[in-house]
Design a protein around this ligand. Structure first.
Ligand SMILES: Cc1ncc(COP(=O)(O)O)c(C=O)c1O
Length: 425
């Protein structure tokens, strides 16, 4: 019988993975806490929370039990014309936790669909108000990443991820992240187009896939002030930043100006199941309450509000709201900040060491970030060989561990990163 890896190589097409000369995938047979175990019995500390999804550790028994019980009760039901308690309980529980005055939850399946829904909601909002004068422009940041569906790609940076599709992506207004030197010029763009801009979509506090770019919250507040002058719908894409990653439950808490729409996924289910949420306030929702049926939001997915996924999200919230989890996140933020100081003090010829909450990032070799940088693969391999899994974005190395990471596991992440940096500088 061929090995799992050989069978994989014959039949599977992996995401974000060049297919020619692809290194063998690692066959993971088990996860427990912050560890992943391969079929050879090796273990790896999951220092990037399996693409930023895992919060409480892998195969968490509490979440697993809740999903199991729900699977025995109701695994799936159409969500048009029907409802169920996991979906309603989750909405009731989530809405008061969200920044702003969120009043409605729209469910979908993942981060890309959560942003796609947000964009369609925002655009249709203006159409519903007045089809002749509907605003159609979207404002977004350079280096942003909001997912891989066409709308999400359109509002993301034009990059290696989108190059083949550029002619088909809709036009957007792109601005740089605010810094002390450019705020006035960004504001003048907003003043120029403000009355045509339907929505502003942004990743609060940190841009993830675009290179773990962290930016100033004071300046962002200023920017949000300007945007709000024109009644632009503010869409916070908290797919990565939600559920404690930036030290607060949601990154939008760092700003005075709150969004009208929030997108969530990844950590929403503790990283257990695929689920997307697009939350909105009554300003948005009320524009869809009308006798005219054309003002309906005609969007949905087969698995909208899947009861198992909603149950996983409720179980994850149970864990996240325990005092011990809150203390764990505080501890991790502190450790990550200490590690950043150590990295800076060691003068290791790495660039731009930076931290927000539980996320730490820096660049290897070049100040400029390059997603196709040749260092990513050997860096990952060297860390894996030492029992730590990280996956640099080109030459941007970062960690974003699950909150279950123990003190000794964190020490190991640190020592492996230090050792591997020295191999490549
Ligand atoms: C900020 C942000 N938005 C959207 C997405 C897309 O999420 P998904 O991969 O679940 O489609 C991601 C994924 O990394 C993300 O980081």
């Amino acid at each position: 019988m061929a090995s799992l890896i050989d069978r994989d190589k014959q039949f599977i097409w992996h995401p974000f993975t060049p297919q020619k000369q692809m290194p063998d995938p690692i066959a993971i047979v088990k996860g427990s806490g912050s560890l992943l175990f391969d079929e050879m019995g090796n273990s790896y500390i999951d220092a990037i929370s399996s693409w930023w999804v895992n919060l409480h550790g892998h195969a968490h028994p509490y979440i697993a039990e809740k999903i199991y019980q729900q699977a025995l009760t109701l695994e799936q039901v159409i969500f048009a014309g029907f409802t169920h308690s996991p979906a309603v309980n989750l909405a009731e529980r989530l809405l008061p936790l969200l920044p702003g005055s969120m009043s409605r939850i729209f469910y979908s399946d993942n981060g890309s669909t959560s942003t796609e829904v947000a964009l369609k909601m925002a655009l249709q909002y203006w159409w519903n108000l007045n089809p002749e004068k509907a605003r159609t422009k979207i404002l977004c940041f350079e280096n942003s990443y909001h997912g891989d569906t066409f709308g999400a790609m359109s509002v993301s940076d034009r990059s290696v991820f989108t190059t083949p599709f550029v002619p088909l992506l809709f036009d957007v207004i792109t601005i740089p992240l605010p810094n002390n030197g450019n705020l006035d010029s960004i504001k003048s763009i907003i003043h120029q187009y403000g009355n045509d801009i339907a929505a502003f979509i942004y990743e609060p506090m940190i841009q993830g896939a675009g290179g773990m770019n962290m930016y100033d919250s004071y300046l962002m507040n200023e920017l949000l002030n300007s945007v709000k002058l024109y009644e632009v719908i503010c869409v916070a894409d908290e797919v990565m930043t939600g559920f404690g990653r930036t030290g607060t439950l949601f990154a939008s808490e760092h700003y005075h100006k709150k969004p009208d729409i929030i997108c969530l996924s990844k950590g929403l289910t503790g990283g257990t199941m695929a689920l997307g949420v697009t939350a909105c306030n009554n300003r948005i929702y009320n524009a869809f309450v009308d006798d005219d049926k054309r003002k309906t939001f005609f969007h949905g997915h087969s698995f909208t509000a899947n009861p198992l996924a909603c149950t996983a999200a409720l179980a994850s919230l149970d864990l996240l709201q325990q005092q011990s989890a809150i203390e764990r996140i505080e501890w991790l933020c502190n450790e990550v900040a200490i590690f950043a100081k150590e990295l800076i003090n060691l003068n290791l010829q790495i660039q731009n060491v930076r931290v927000v909450g539980t996320v730490l990032a820096f660049e290897m070799q070049d100040v400029t970030k390059t997603y196709l940088h040749q260092i990513a693969q050997p860096f990952t391999k060297a860390c894996l060989d030492r029992g730590v899994y990280i996956r640099p974005l080109g030459n941007t190395v970062y960690i974003m561990p699950p909150y279950s990471v123990t003190e000794s596991e964190f020490e190991k992440i640190k020592s492996v990163i230090l050792e591997v940096i020295k191999l490549f500088v």
